[in-house]
Design a protein around this ligand. Structure first.
Ligand SMILES: [Zn+2]
Length: 243
């Protein structure tokens, strides 16, 4: 029974490792917290001889677990239904971003249909992963503005750990008009962020150090590029913008 609960919590953690829409995220986090609490309570029962009252309480807790499981499943379905449309942009070959890390070792590519390695579910990977141990530095991909700085435990970008969001004006199709492009840098090493919201950054400016905060199996930068404001739907393959 405990294994079931643990599995469930792991599922929730895995689930929150991927972006969901902001309003969903908040709700999902609520369920996740409650599940954690229920799990703790169940652990207490696990380690004790149960009297009749405790048995009844345990039944109630298990009921709640299956309810929560249902809610989480609903969010899961909503999430997998989100189809990320890669915007068809005719790229200007000169519209290249500054490579955002001090290592160019890419370990995972953008993939709209990636199967999750554990659950086997379709979970899109809307960025690229750049990984290398040791001191590695993260750079602003273009001149721009810091529009948000996230902390692992602020509950706003669950799973991404410490993260930075930048916004740029780039003529990506060479038509003379500038488009809004958002870049996102995740799993940063805590307390290495060099910028705060509202700062203006230069292309290639050091903004943080590579880390493994959030849901991450090792030190890496998860890097996303979006046309327009950040949303799951407008992520584009960062490799299109990198040399
Ligand atoms: Zn990634």
């Amino acid at each position: 029974m405990l294994n079931k609960v643990t599995l469930l919590v792991i599922t929730v953690l895995l689930l929150t490792g991927y972006p969901v829409q902001a309003d969903n995220l908040q709700q999902l986090e609520k369920y996740q917290n409650e599940l954690e609490n229920v799990q703790e309570q169940l652990l207490i029962y696990q380690n004790n001889e149960l009297n009749e009252q405790m048995k009844q309480e345990m039944i109630q807790l298990n009921k709640r677990v299956s309810e929560l499981k249902g809610y989480v499943k609903a969010y899961e379905i909503a999430q997998t239904n989100i189809f990320i449309k890669q915007q068809l942009v005719k790229l200007d070959p000169n519209a290249k971003l500054f490579f955002p890390a001090s290592t160019t070792r890419i370990t995972s590519y953008f993939d709209n249909n990636r199967k999750h390695p554990i659950t086997g579910e379709n979970k899109a990977h809307i960025g690229i992963d750049i990984a290398m141990p040791g001191n590695q530095y993260i750079y602003a991909a273009e001149n721009g503005k810091v529009i948000d700085v996230y902390k692992e435990y602020d509950g706003r970008m669950n799973g991404y750990g410490d993260a930075i969001m930048l916004q740029h004006q780039i003529d990506i199709d060479g038509d003379g008009q500038k488009e809004v492009v958002t870049t996102f840098y995740a799993h940063l090493m805590p307390n290495t962020t060099q910028v705060t919201e509202g700062d203006v950054v230069d292309r290639g400016e050091l903004i943080a150090q590579m880390g493994t905060s959030g849901i991450s199996t090792g030190q890496h930068l998860h890097f996303e590029v979006h046309i327009g404001n950040w949303s799951k739907q407008n992520a584009v393959d960062p490799m299109l913008f990198l040399n």
